[in-house]
Design a protein around this ligand. Structure first.
Ligand code: KIV
Length: 281
C-alpha cells in the first residue's frame, strides 16, 4: 500500500506540481473504494445534508450527524487524508464551542483535520484552532452555508472588489494557518492567481484547472445526485438510472415468481428431517 497522505505530503505535491485529487464521501463502502482508487484527500462534507440525508441544503446538518458519517468513512480510509466539514453553527457561536466541535471530529470521528467556511471573520478562530493542534482547511468563494446571503449558488469574485476581497482573504487564511484552501465557484483566472500567490495548496471546485487540486461531490461524480448537478461537475457514471432500473427488475422478478428460485437462491434440507416434522405436525 502507498504511504498515508499527510499535511506536509500535500504541500510536497504542490511543490512537485502534482495535482491533488479529492472527493467527498459519506459512508464506509464508498470511502473504502475511493481510498483504494488513490484519492489523496477525502472530505466528509456537510453536503451529506442535501445529497444523502434529503435536507434541502447543508444548513440543517448537525454535529452528531457529521460525526456519525465521519466515523463510517474513517473505517474505510487507510491512505487518504480525512477531513471533516464543520456544519453550520458548530463554530460560529464561540471559540470554545468551535474548539470542542473540531476536537470531536478528530477524537470521535477519527478525522485528520477539519474544514471551515469563511474569510477574515474566522481567521482568528482558525489561528486558535491550529495553535491547539486542530488542523484546518479553509473554504472561500461560494460558501454553501451562506447561500441565503448571496442569493443562491452563484460564481463569486467576478468584479474587481469581490475578487480583491477573495485574494486578500486567501492570504489572511494562509497566515492564520490553514494547510489547504478550497476555492468554490470562482473564475479560473482568480483561482490561478491565488494558487500562484499562496504556498499552501488550493483545492478547486468550479474554479478551473489551475488550482493545485480538485474536489467534487461524490454523488455528482457517480450520477447519484437527484437534483440538478452543477455545471462544473463531471459525471463518470449514471448510478441513479442504474439503481432505479435494478429496483424495477427486482420488483418484476418478485411479482412474476422469477426470484428466488429453489435451485439458485434457496437452501435445501434433509428429507428425513422434513418427514419427521410433517408427521409430528
Ligand atoms: O460539503 C462539501 O461537499 C464541500 C465541498 C463542496 C468542498 O464543502
Amino acid at each position: 500500500m502507498d504511504e498515508r497522505v499527510t499535511i506536509p505530503g500535500l504541500l510536497k505535491l504542490k511543490e512537485k506540481g502534482e495535482k491533488i485529487a479529492c472527493l467527498t464521501a459519506y459512508d464506509w463502502p464508498t470511502a473504502l473504494l475511493l481510498d483504494r482508487a488513490g484519492i489523496d484527500l477525502i472530505l466528509v462534507g456537510d453536503s451529506v445534508g442535501n445529497n444523502i440525508l434529503g435536507y434541502p441544503s447543508t444548513i440543517p446538518v448537525t454535529m452528531d450527524e457529521m460525526i456519525h458519517h465521519t466515523k463510517a468513512v474513517r473505517r474505510g480510509v487507510k491512505r487518504a487524508l480525512l477531513v471533516g466539514d464543520m456544519p453550520f453553527m458548530s463554530y460560529q457561536a464561540s471559540a470554545e464551542e468551535a474548539i470542542r466541535n473540531a476536537g470531536r471530529f478528530i477524537k470521535e470521528g477519527g478525522a485528520d483535520a477539519v474544514k471551515l467556511e469563511g474569510g477574515e471573520e474566522i481567521a482568528e478562530l482558525i489561528h486558535t484552532l491550529v495553535r491547539r493542534g486542530l488542523p484546518v482547511m479553509g473554504h472561500l468563494g461560494l460558501l454553501p452555508q451562506r447561500t441565503a446571503q448571496v442569493g443562491g449558488y452563484k460564481v463569486q469574485g467576478r468584479d474587481e472588489a469581490s475578487a480583491k476581497k477573495i485574494l486578500h482573504e486567501a492570504k489572511i487564511l494562509e497566515e492564520a494557518g490553514v494547510f489547504a484552501l478550497v476555492l468554490e465557484m470562482v473564475p479560473w483566472p482568480l483561482a490561478k492567481l491565488i494558487s500562484e500567490t499562496l504556498q499552501i495548496p488550493t483545492i478547486g471546485i468550479g474554479a478551473g484547472p489551475y488550482c493545485d487540486g480538485q474536489i467534487l461531490v461524490i454523488t455528482d461524480v457517480l450520477g447519484l445526485s437527484l437534483g440538478v448537478s452543477p455545471k462544473f461537475a463531471k459525471r463518470y457514471l449514471a448510478l441513479a438510472e442504474q439503481i432505479e432500473q435494478a429496483a424495477k427488475a427486482y420488483c418484476t422478478d418478485v411479482k412474476s415468481l422469477t426470484f428466488p428460485t429453489v435451485e439458485q437462491h434457496s437452501f435445501a434440507m434433509d428429507e428425513e428431517v422434513l418427514k419427521k416434522l410433517s408427521s409430528d405436525g
